[in-house]
Design a protein around this ligand. Sequence first.
Ligand SMILES: Nc1ncnc2c1ncn2[C@@H]1O[C@H](COP(=O)(O)OP(=O)(O)OP(=O)(O)O)[C@@H](O)[C@H]1O
Ligand SMILES: Nc1ncnc2c1ncn2[C@@H]1O[C@H](COP(=O)(O)OP(=O)(O)OP(=O)(O)O)[C@@H](O)[C@H]1O
Ligand SMILES: [Mg+2]
Ligand SMILES: [Mg+2]
Lengths: 221, 221
Amino acid sequence: VISFENVTKVYPLPAGDVVALAGVDLAIEEGEFVLIMGPSGSGKSTLLNIMGSLDVPTSGEVMIAEKRIGGMDDDDLTLLRRDHIGFVFQQFNLIPLLSVVENVEYPLILKGRQNGTRERAEEVLQAVGIEKTHFTHKPGELSGGQQQRVAIARALVNDPAFLLCDEPTGNLDSKTGTAIMTLLDRMNREEGKTVVMVTHDPRMTEYADRTIRLVDGRVEE
Amino acid sequence: VISFENVTKVYPLPAGDVVALAGVDLAIEEGEFVLIMGPSGSGKSTLLNIMGSLDVPTSGEVMIAEKRIGGMDDDDLTLLRRDHIGFVFQQFNLIPLLSVVENVEYPLILKGRQNGTRERAEEVLQAVGIEKTHFTHKPGELSGGQQQRVAIARALVNDPAFLLCDEPTGNLDSKTGTAIMTLLDRMNREEGKTVVMVTHDPRMTEYADRTIRLVDGRVEE
Ligand SMILES: Nc1ncnc2c1ncn2[C@@H]1O[C@H](COP(=O)(O)OP(=O)(O)OP(=O)(O)O)[C@@H](O)[C@H]1O
Ligand SMILES: Nc1ncnc2c1ncn2[C@@H]1O[C@H](COP(=O)(O)OP(=O)(O)OP(=O)(O)O)[C@@H](O)[C@H]1O
Ligand SMILES: [Mg+2]
Ligand SMILES: [Mg+2]
């Protein structure tokens, strides 16, 4: 349900082009839980961003749920993201001026939901272990791990078919990290969601069906 | 050389005060390598920020290198930080408009150095494994792990007596993380620097002299 065919991504910079992805081929089946691993700078976030239609490849073909990413305009890309993909960013990307619960409500509001947005947001926040006492905090009034979990809640709130997670447990202690993985594992096994996760933690392999390894912008054989 | 006596930190918020540290006592000897561990939200970053004179306690006494933190004005706090403490932030805090090498040069310039700033910055960047080809990149043109290592380089560039690191390897793959830890370990063992590191990774205990564990804002006995 996700495929990359000979995908290359080049960042053009004055000092010289950076080839972040070099002819990547991959295929992910519906309902799979796949890890992406590799050294720092090997292209993992770049790959996930293209997969999540946040960026487009320089060349090559990307298909998400039967749709070619390269052939879509910005409005169509936005709808695909909004309706089908939950994304957990490496740097969280929470909105500083919104409270915790408003950050998580936001995707619901974007999708046009008019009722029960507050309740749904609170439900998902509790599922990721954020206490009610923190719901009115701004992101700057949270710990690193708390911010990370709010970002995860925001990715889950629209009940997306695809979950793309860029190092979702990097700032979490072991117990909290395990709680998050258990949640994602259940969503994969019981609800059939497709999960693609970038991680540096080899302990995560026990949750996944398989691991794709990137090195210097290429899938390692 | 670092001591906390009955240190409390309260964040006053409209919804209710948050007690991030509750009567913390600790002492760190010169030349020690100490880990701070604990669950998400337990007060680790708060403790490290106070230790690094980036914040002051609500109550209690903090001494860094014979100086009371609570009794200092902002100018004195800034000088203590600038001259003695290297800090690696959990969220990196790189300056978006400066290039990699300018970010690392910046503490040297703040300290009044006039010659050799570029060379020193490049030396330290290479020590943390950032390649020359990335020196002109802006932080937004780097991977997460590359940003983290630039932040580490910036903390090291003034050759500080104290290194305070808030999860310095969270975004790094195992090999890169080990390279960073080897560097910090050498600075501790061979140059006598005092290192205090927050981490979630139990593998880090092999580098440290001891571990302080925080739970709900208190040092666990
Ligand atoms: N600026 C702030 N304003 C209000 N509350 C804050 C602020 N910073 C932190 N807190 C709260 O204080 C508590 C301790 O936060 P701290 O960042 O020290 O935790 P931490 O141990 O570093 O957690 P993590 O492992 O998730 O980074 C948390 O409950 C957090 O929500
Ligand atoms: N916006 C950008 N502009 C220019 N170069 C970029 C940009 N983003 C990433 N790069 C470069 O592309 C390469 C791949 O970056 P990417 O963020 O995909 O790596 P990563 O595997 O996620 O690394 P990490 O594990 O450190 O997060 C790196 O060399 C990086 O410096
Ligand atoms: Mg990345
Ligand atoms: Mg923290």
